[in-house]
Design a protein around this ligand. Structure first.
Ligand code: OGA
Ligand code: NI
Length: 341
């Protein structure tokens, strides 16, 4: 049986009790400020302003943990097309979607509701999610949903193009850190997932959340907000909505990149709020290390005057700590921190 929110929520006037967040976690009635955050024009990195672009990326990574990317080389029409095919996917009848619906988190292609982190959640999140691997494409295409019929072609092309942009940005980050080019290649970025969220219209947005407060437990994440706001980030203790600049991508620094750079750039706490007017579809592209990969501050970035802040751990153990702390960014980073005497 498919148990997606989108299957039953269309006509509800209030949200079921198990979607009501505890008072301290509710977004409340507050009107949040809307800000773009730092905006990086990637076309400038090709021209004379490569150094300036790198500096802007490094500063955004330090101060905000994210930036929006414009002129990134992925065409606006491909971005729209990916969103429309994903909308078509979520619009299909439950019987068709049931082939990929599963509560089993070990399944490679997975449609589920609420959050992937809690198995026995008491409070649920107002979202449905479809996730599957997306690189290398030839190995992943068969794992992707076969319906709608355009899915594999459009999502495949989208994944390839988004990946090119990510690799360009990771190279700029390498340069900004003074690491050899390609440092983030190999095992640090071997797993790549495409995770699409559907946040249906919610009749009581002040009580519910689309995702909990978290920091992505991976290297980097790229988000296509699909033109509808809902993503909030926390900066200096204040939440703001990230303005969805048309055809821009959000580039979010993940916890692993924070550890590798020894806090030179940092992950960002974020959450998703819902709205009562329209459904929101966001498409995430997540770059992850292999489970066996060793995560530690890069040797080239530590010295006696700049000692490592984090332990050397396997990625699989970091993920366990993240799950034990219920997806808490602070909890996970604390358990990875070295005790400084
Ligand atoms: C995520 C995430 C934000 C959004 O999937 O990790 O933070 O706007 N998504 O959907
Ligand atoms: Ni996230």
């Amino acid at each position: 049986m498919v148990k997606l929110i989108s299957s039953w929520c269309k006509d509800v006037q209030s949200i079921p009790k198990n979607y009501v967040q505890p008072p301290d976690l509710r977004p409340g009635e507050l009107i949040f400020p809307v800000k773009s955050g730092p905006v990086v024009d990637l076309s400038k990195a090709l021209g004379q302003d490569r150094a300036g672009t790198i500096q802007q990326i490094m500063q955004a990574g330090q101060e905000f943990g994210f930036f929006q990317v414009i002129n990134h080389g992925v065409s606006g029409s491909l971005m729209q097309d990916a969103k429309s095919v994903l909308k078509e996917f979520f619009d299909m009848p439950d019987e068709v979607k049931s082939s990929v619906f599963t509560p089993d988190a070990s399944k490679k292609c997975r449609l589920y509701s609420s959050s992937a982190i809690y198995l026995n959640e008491e409070i649920l999140y107002w979202r449905d999610n479809l996730t599957h691997p997306c690189h290398p494409l030839e190995d992943c295409v068969q794992l992707m949903p076969g319906k709608p019929t355009r899915y594999r072609e459009v999502v495949g092309t989208y994944s390839v193009e988004v990946r090119k942009m990510i690799m360009r940005i990771l190279d700029l980050i390498c340069e900004g850190l003074g690491l050899e080019l390609g440092y983030f290649g190999g095992d640090l970025s071997k797993f790549e997932l495409l995770g699409t969220n559907l946040y249906p219209r919610c009749p009581e947005p002040s009580l519910a959340l689309g995702t909990q407060i978290h920091c992505d437990p991976n290297l980097v994440s790229i988000l296509n907000q699909g033109g509808v706001s809902g993503l909030q980030v926390c900066k200096d203790g204040e939440w703001f909505l990230v303005e969805p600049i048309p055809n821009a991508f959000m580039f979010l620094i993940g916890c692993q990149l924070q550890i590798i750079t020894n806090d030179k750039i940092r992950g960002v706490e974020h959450r998703v709020v819902t709205n009562s007017k329209e459904d929101r579809i966001s498409i995430g592209y997540f770059v992850l290390p292999t489970y066996e990969c060793v995560i530690e501050p890069a040797k080239a970035l530590v010295s006696t005057c700049n000692p490592p802040l984090y332990k050397t751990l396997q990625y699989t153990d970091i993920l366990k700590a993240y799950a034990e702390k219920n997806g808490s960014h602070r909890g996970m980073m604390e358990s990875h921190k070295l005790q400084v005497e």
